[in-house]
Design a protein around this ligand. Structure first.
Ligand code: CIZ
Length: 339
């Protein structure tokens, strides 16, 4: 656990204290209005959380929403680093997260001390860091990227400058192939995208010859090589909605399928398989920590709340602002507004 989270005080209501007859959705709605709160949900959240959110999107969309909101309170339903980003760009808002333990395997793979050492070993490199990292690592970076804007941003970097890319080696390798830029990669990966099985994917394609494969660039190259389309969550969503194909195999966290099925109920979406051939391995255990009960409790208890020292916030803000400036050509995703 990082020290950017303030936990509920002793005596705060816990899940055990919730009246089981309570209509949680109605109560969350009441508290949202009472506290002038906005609920942001990532595409990887459970369908019921996506459905009650004010906005559903990827990290880029949601960090833009967090920066622009006039709400007093932001409830960020995603993983911890996303709540941190909301606080960094909106310091005067109260930022709540439903579960302080909702971490990220990429964030965990890249501790600030080790990253500082990595930078020191490559002093002439530009440090391009994926948004899936801690505020401390952001503060040590030159520019932050998401999977929606990484290519656009890397293409704007001076051609004579070598690049460090952290913490996702698969996304870094994908961007290096696309842009032709040489990159030194941090050896991290996402536990969900890492576990898709090439052998099982090939078998699934044989059984579904009409299906197009849409994959996230956090997948290893052995998976991307079988993809008809590679893109960020919002980009994959656009692809499946605009394609004429009737069937898709989706190689990313499976809850994105909720938005796909809502927008295109006549199409079929199949989660890409893991090594045992089953389709349920692509559910992120960190994202799954958030529940309606915990959303209700965080609004009621005003915690877990994201807070951080101003020096750290300002350090992390700089590369995030650079990201927002350098991704102005990536359109704002209006279609993700929920409700
Ligand atoms: O940027 C994000 O939100 C993540 C984690 C994936 C994506 O492609 O949207």
């Amino acid at each position: 656990m990082t020290d950017t989270i303030v936990l509920p005080s002793a005596g705060a209501m816990t899940e055990a204290g919730i009246d089981p007859t309570l209509d949680l959705v109605a109560e969350i709605d009441r508290l949202r209005r009472e506290r002038n709160a906005v609920i942001l949900a990532h595409y990887y959240q459970d369908g019921e959380i996506q459905d009650l959110a004010d906005f559903v999107g990827d990290s880029l969309d949601l960090s833009r929403k967090a920066a622009a909101t006039d709400a007093d309170v932001i409830v960020f339903c995603g993983v911890r680093f996303m709540g941190e980003v909301a606080k960094i760009v909106s310091p005067h808002k109260t930022v709540l997260i439903p579960d302080a333990e909702a971490g990220c395997s990429l964030e965990e793979s890249c501790r600030a001390d080790a990253f500082r050492h990595f930078r020191e070993k490559h002093p002439d490199h530009i440090a391009v860091t994926y948004i899936n990292c801690s505020a401390e690592v952001k503060a040590l970076s030159d520019v932050i990227v998401t999977s929606s804007n990484a290519e656009v941003i890397v293409r704007q970097l001076p051609a004579d400058k070598p690049i460090l890319f952290a913490p996702d080696r698969h996304l870094g390798a994908f961007i290096a192939r696309k842009t032709g830029r040489e990159m030194t990669l941090w050896p991290g990966s996402c536990i969900i995208h890492e576990q898709f099985s090439e052998k099982e994917l090939v078998k699934l394609k044989v059984r579904h010859p009409k299906a197009k494969v849409a994959a996230h660039p956090e997948c290893p190259e052995s998976i991307l090589t079988h993809a008809d389309h590679v893109g960020s969550t919002r980009n994959i969503l656009d692809y499946v909605l605009n394609s004429d194909a009737p069937e898709f195999i989706i190689a990313t966290e499976l809850h994105i399928i909720h938005q796909m099925a809502k927008a295109a109920p006549h199409k079929t979406f199949i989660p890409a398989p893991g090594a045992d051939g089953s389709c349920n391995c692509a559910s992120c255990p960190f994202m799954a920590k958030n529940t309606l009960e915990k959303i209700y409790l965080c609004l009621k208890n005003d915690a877990p709340r994201v807070e951080m020292p101003e020096e750290l916030r300002l350090g992390a803000l700089k590369p995030l602002e650079r990201m927002l400036e350098m991704s102005v050509s990536v359109p704002v995703k209006a279609a993700t507004d929920a409700a």
